[in-house]
Design a protein around this ligand. Structure first.
Ligand code: CA
Length: 227
């Protein structure tokens, strides 16, 4: 099976060059030009490895690594960070947040390939976890299987994505707008009333398992999933 690599780099020329070389080496390559785009990709896909540039606009590569390491599903993905020579003395900071390896720009493709192989060898011993767990609910994001107290629950795709969003953000207030952006996408023309309709359906589904109390309505603000 081909390995999937996510490249996060704002400089188009470098990103395209890396993408081209890694595709030649038979990897599946996903690209992101900044951290927000990367996080969006990571919502749907768990890559086998990520190459992240330190110097990204708005949210730095370092901050992105921190967020990846905090996320249960993708926290074990090996990360190779690209740095400019001027950032070399900061490398220890990266190791602190969980960078697995470094390369200084300009990147030698042969060396990068070798380091990718080394990281993939190291990580292939661990089973990739693509499972979200809370106290009562377990969601397998690959097989789309949901277990509530060990009983299987089936949901339509929208309710599945809603529950996934809630499970990823337990005990956090999510506004209708948050939910809309994540489940339907930022550019969708869905009305916020639609969110309520699907929440109602999800709550009904949870009720069959006596778990409707987990999905709280926060009056005038949005919804909260209790873990
Ligand atoms: Ca950069």
């Amino acid at each position: 099976m081909k390995n999937t690599i996510l490249i996060v780099e704002d400089e188009t020329a470098i990103r395209e060059m890396l993408t081209f070389s890694l595709m030649q080496a038979d990897y599946i390559v996903l690209q992101a030009k900044d951290a927000m785009e990367a996080l969006k990709v990571l919502d749907d896909v768990t890559p086998d490895l990520a190459i992240i540039d330190w110097g990204l606009p708005t949210i730095s590569g370092l901050e992105l690594v921190k967020r990846i390491r905090e996320n249960d599903v993708i926290s074990t993905t090996p990360i190779i960070m690209l740095t400019a020579r001027t950032q070399e003395h900061d490398k220890v900071k990266g190791l602190d947040v969980g960078v697995d390896d470094y390369m200084t720009k300009p990147v030698s493709i042969n060396e990068l390939q070798a380091r990718i192989k080394a990281q993939l060898r190291r990580s292939s011993g661990f089973k990739k976890s693509n499972i979200l767990k809370s106290e009562n609910i377990q969601m397998d994001l690959d097989s789309h299987q949901i277990l509530i107290d060990d009983t299987e629950m089936s949901l339509s795709i929208t309710e599945f994505n809603l529950l996934k969003l809630f499970m990823k953000n337990p005990n956090k207030l999510l506004t209708r707008e948050n939910i809309l952006n994540h489940v339907w996408g930022r550019n969708s023309f869905v009305e916020s009333r639609t969110v309520d309709v699907h929440i109602l359906r999800l709550r009904k589904a949870l009720k069959k398992y006596n778990k409707e109390h987990l999905l709280k309505t926060v009056r005038g603000a949005g919804y909260k999933f209790l873990d």
